[in-house]
Design a protein around this ligand. Sequence first.
Ligand code: SF4
Ligand code: SF4
Length: 263
Amino acid sequence: MAPIPGSGLAKGLAVTLRTMTKKSVTAQYPDAQPDLPPRTRGVIGLFEENCTVCMLCARECPDWCIYIDSHKETVPAATPGGRERSRNVLDRFAIDFSLCMYCGICIEVCPFDALFWSPEFEYAETDIRELTHERDKLREWMWTVPAPPALDPGAEEPKELATARKTADKLAAQQAPPVTEPHADEQARAAEQPTRPQGDSKQQTDQPKPDEPKPDEPKPQPVEPRRDGPKPDESGPDQPRRGGSSPDEPRPDQPTPGQEGRE
Ligand code: SF4
Ligand code: SF4
């Protein structure tokens, strides 16, 4: 059956009309930067301080595109009489991104968290040799690595955090002053004593002060000063009175019991 003349034009116009009303999915790159997901595999960054030159990443890379050179260095003993140590010093770390297939195995196997994914992807070169990124360039990519996502609130506490918290608690317990527990006898005595409710002002007023006489003791009578006697400020109550102010003391002009008979 022969096609109806103009049917193709009608179909094309129908598609145009259908897509005209839909939102556009194209991005105006490079004028508009794409909004990439956080786990985008753009380029690999190297955190050099964490690398111990264990060579695991280079051995596991399926493309053999990681190049590592290193040498051994002797570290003198930290204490006198101690043993010297040797350590690996990194000389070269490079990744050839013209061979890399972005599988992420090197990042997964690194036991010291020295390799990270960065979402940066704008490193195209006209010379393929420029796609081998040396350690300085790999280190620069670290500035573009996004922060790790927050932990799930219900997740198990990381081992490192748990160990650090236990150590801090132990140190705090060692530095705290020792709490002296009262002896068992003292505790029993304290339990037997009647306790008053707190805030009872009577508790303070009922207790006799050390200077106050007890209720059953006779109160001292005030001594009236004699007219011919010394003034109260001249002698205290404990001092002997001049001039025989006490009724028991003989007056100067009165004869003493021993003198009476002689006269
Ligand atoms: S991502 Fe894969 S291919 Fe690329 S360097 Fe790492 S291990 Fe090798
Ligand atoms: S696996 Fe990690 S620590 Fe070992 S050499 Fe590679 S980057 Fe360095």
